[in-house]
Design a protein around this ligand. Structure first.
Ligand code: SF4
Length: 133
C-alpha cells in the first residue's frame, strides 16, 4: 500500500541539470511515485535511495499554494526563456493526481502565462486547461 504524505515545497521550479540542460527548469508536482516501475531511474537517485522505503511505496504530495507558485513563476519568466520538463522524477498523472490535482493546478496557473516550451507525459485523461488565444 502506498503511504501518502502532504509536504510544503520550498520551491517548485528547479534549475535543470545534467542531460536535461536543454530545459531551463524541472517541475515535479509529487515526490515519489506509486507506480514503482522496476526500470525507473529515479529509484537510483538520492530521492529514491535515501528514503528508507521501497520506491513505489510512498508519495509526497506537494501542497499547492497558487499565489506562491505565481510569484515564483513570474520571477522565472522575467529572468529569461523558460522551458520546463514536467516531471523529471515522478509521474504527474499517478493515482494521487485524481484526489489532489496538483498537476492540474500547476497547469492552470502556467496557462495564464505559458512557458516557451513544456514537456508533459501523455495523460490518460488530458486536463483541458489550455484556452485558445
Ligand atoms: S516516475 Fe515514471 S518510470 Fe518512475 S515509477 Fe513512476 S511511472 Fe514508473
Amino acid at each position: 500500500m502506498t503511504v501518502t504524505r502532504l509536504t510544503k515545497p520550498a520551491k517548485w521550479l528547479n534549475q535543470a541539470g545534467g542531460y536535461l540542460t536543454v530545459y531551463s527548469h524541472t517541475l515535479n508536482p509529487y515526490s515519489g511515485c506509486s507506480f514503482g516501475c522496476t526500470y525507473c531511474y529515479v529509484r537510483r537517485l538520492p530521492v529514491g535511495l535515501f528514503r528508507r522505503a521501497e520506491w513505489g511505496d510512498w508519495v509526497d504530495v506537494k501542497s499547492f499554494d497558487p499565489g506562491a507558485f505565481d510569484r515564483e513563476w513570474s520571477r522565472a519568466l522575467n529572468a529569461g526563456e523558460v522551458t520546463v520538463f514536467m516531471a523529471s522524477a515522478t509521474d504527474p498523472y499517478q493515482p494521487a493526481e485524481y484526489r489532489h490535482g496538483i498537476t492540474r493546478g500547476l497547469l492552470e496557473r502556467m496557462a495564464e502565462r505559458p512557458p516557451a516550451f513544456l514537456l508533459l507525459p501523455a495523460a490518460i485523461r488530458p486536463a483541458p486547461v489550455c484556452r485558445p488565444r
